[in-house]
Design a binder for this molecule. Structure first.
Ligand code: SF4
Length: 179
């Protein structure tokens, strides 16, 4: 059984501002969230193995999630100077991705099947191989919570983690599933 206190300490050491236990049974993968992905407002739909449709059908993702017993919910919260502080917004997003990759580096040797699910698409490679060749690093690939059909606010609420930290703050949320 994973030592949750040790995992949370590792997450905070990797740079996250908040980390909490994630009860995998609270995760509900919703077709409506995938439909939002298909509208392609982020421009990544059909561009990466980490994004729909390349990341797989919802049913296959449900089976994958069901293999895990526990997890960690992870956040980086940015403090904006004002509502137009785009620089800090971008820095916070980049920090969230960086923190998840840092945590992945220390978790995979301990839990080889640990699954990182991030915010935004996979950025491990400069250019994704999709759809011409298989993913270069399937064990390290990071899909987003939305690509899995997760409604981030709902997952946070179900696991007693705040999603809103007050005016002029911005929270990015990711998670790790652990066997
Ligand atoms: S690891 Fe590389 S090839 Fe695989 S999804 Fe990420 S960017 Fe694409």
């Amino acid at each position: 059984m994973a030592d949750m206190d040790a995992l949370i300490a590792m997450a905070l050491a990797a740079g996250f501002t908040h980390a909490a236990p994630l009860d995998v049974s609270t995760i509900d993968l919703k077709p409506e969230v995938r439909e939002m992905c298909a509208r392609n407002t982020c421009g990544q739909y059909g561009k990466k193995w980490s994004c729909p449709p390349g990341c797989g059908e919802l049913e296959a993702l449900r089976e994958r999630v069901a293999q895990y017993k526990t997890g960690l919910l992870l956040q980086t919260v940015g403090q904006l100077e004002d509502d137009f502080d785009v620089e800090t917004m971008m820095e916070t997003e980049a920090a969230q991705k960086r923190n998840l990759i840092e945590l992945q580096k220390v978790l995979l040797p301990l839990y080889p099947k640990a699954l990182a699910i991030g915010s935004g698409c996979c950025t491990h490679c400069k250019t994704c191989t999709y759809p011409d060749a298989p993913c270069r690093f399937p064990e390290k690939q990071i899909a987003s919570m939305e690509a899995y059909g997760m409604l981030v606010t709902e997952v946070c609420q179900a696991n007693n983690m705040k999603y809103y930290y007050g005016p002029c703050t911005l929270a990015y949320t990711s998670c790790f599933l652990i066997e």
